[in-house]
Design a protein around this ligand. Structure first.
Ligand code: PDD
Length: 284
C-alpha cells in the first residue's frame, strides 16, 4: 500500500510515527474519511474544506494549500490503483515533548491512505439495528477531532449487542450516531438535528439535504426527541462509507414493522444517482 505522508507518497512500511506525536499522545488532531467511487473521490472539495475548518477551530495549521492537498489525494488514489472504498486522512498538531500546552511553531503532520474496503450493500438493503445511548461527548462535536473515546466506547457497546449503531441522546433530544447522522421520517417529512455544535455536519447529510430539495421532499433541520425517534415511520443513518442505511429496530423495538421504509428506499436511489452523476462528470 502507498501512503501520503506530509506531501510525499511512500510505501506503508516506510512510515514512522514518533512516540511524541501529539496525535498519538493526546488525540490532538483532526481527520476525514472520503469515499472513492470508480477511482474518483466523492465530494472531495467539501471534505477538504471541513478538514481545514476543523484544524482551524483547534488552532492547527495545515502545511499545504488545499489545492495541493487535493492533487496529492488524487495521486494517492492513482498510485494505489484504488477503484472504490474509503480514504483516511488525518492531521495532527505535530511532534513535541509531552506537555498539555504547546508551542505554536511546531509543524503539523499529515497522513492519508486507503482503508480496507467494507461491503455495506447487504446492510443498505435489509437495514440494521441500533440502540440508544446518552450523548456524553464534549460540546464541540462539529469538529472532526481524533478524540473519539466516547464514540468508540458506545459503538463497541452497540456491536457487542449485535447492533450496527448507537443513536446518541442529549437532554432527551437525538443528536447523531457514534459515527453517523440520524434522520427520521414522520408523515412524509424528513427530520434531522440542525448543524450546531452538538453534531458533526456530515457531508453525506449535506448532500442529502440538496437531494431532498431537488426531489421536492419536505425536510426540516429540527431537533426531535427519543420518543419521536421510537415512533417514527422510518429511520435511517448516513455516513461517507455507509451512505444511507435504514434502521429497522431500535432498542429491540421494530421501526416500520422491521422493514426499510419506502421513502428511505427512494432516498437511497436518489443519493446513488447523485454519486454517479458527480463521480462520472469529475472524470477527465
Ligand atoms: N464518520 N457524525 C459522526 C460523529 C461521524 O463520525 C460521522 C462520520 C458522521 C457522518 O459524516 P460524513 O457523512 O461526513 O461521513 C456524522 C466517519 C465516516 C468515520 O469516523 O469513520
Amino acid at each position: 500500500m502507498k501512503v501520503l505522508v506530509d506531501g510525499e507518497i511512500v510505501a506503508r512500511s516506510a512510515v514512522k510515527v514518533d512516540m511524541e506525536d501529539r496525535g498519538y499522545q493526546f488525540g490532538d488532531g483532526v481527520y476525514e474519511v472520503i469515499n472513492v467511487y470508480d477511482g474518483v473521490p466523492f465530494t472531495l472539495d467539501e471534505h477538504i474544506e471541513r478538514l481545514y475548518r476543523s484544524a482551524q477551530e483547534i488552532g492547527i495549521s495545515i502545511n499545504f494549500e488545499s489545492d495541493h492537498l487535493k492533487n496529492d489525494i488524487r495521486k494517492l488514489i492513482q498510485e494505489n490503483d484504488m477503484k472504490k472504498g474509503g480514504l483516511y486522512l488525518q492531521v495532527t498538531r505535530g511532534v513535541a515533548p509531552r506537555t498539555h500546552q504547546y508551542l505554536k511553531d511546531i509543524s503539523s503532520k499529515l497522513v492519508a491512505y486507503p482503508l480496507p474496503y467494507k461491503e455495506m450493500s447487504e446492510s443498505r438493503s435489509t437495514g440494521v439495528t441500533a440502540i440508544t445511548e446518552q450523548d456524553l461527548r464534549w460540546l464541540r462535536c462539529d469538529i472532526k477531532s481524533l478524540n473519539l473515546l466516547y464514540n468508540i466506547m458506545i459503538k463497541q457497546k452497540a456491536y457487542e449487542q449485535g447492533c450496527f449503531e448507537a443513536i446518541l441522546i442529549r437532554d432527551g433530544v437525538v443528536t447523531e450516531g457514534t459515527s453517523s447522522n440520524v434522520f427520521i421520517i414522520k408523515n412524509g417529512t424528513i427530520y434531522t438535528h440542525p448543524a450546531t455544535n452538538l453534531i458533526l455536519n456530515g457531508i453525506t447529510r449535506q448532500k442529502l439535504l440538496e437531494v431532498y430539495h431537488e426531489n421536492g421532499w419536505t425536510f426540516k433541520e429540527h431537533p426531535f426527541t427519543t420518543q419521536e425517534l421510537l415512533e417514527a415511520d422510518e429511520v435511517f443513518v448516513t455516513s461517507t462509507t455507509s451512505e444511507v442505511v435504514p434502521v429497522i429496530s431500535i432498542d429491540g423495538k421494530d421501526v416500520n414493522d422491521g422493514r426499510p421504509g419506502s421513502l428511505t428506499r427512494k432516498i437511497q436511489q436518489a443519493f446513488s444517482l447523485t454519486v454517479k452523476n458527480e463521480t462520472s462528470s469529475a472524470v477527465g
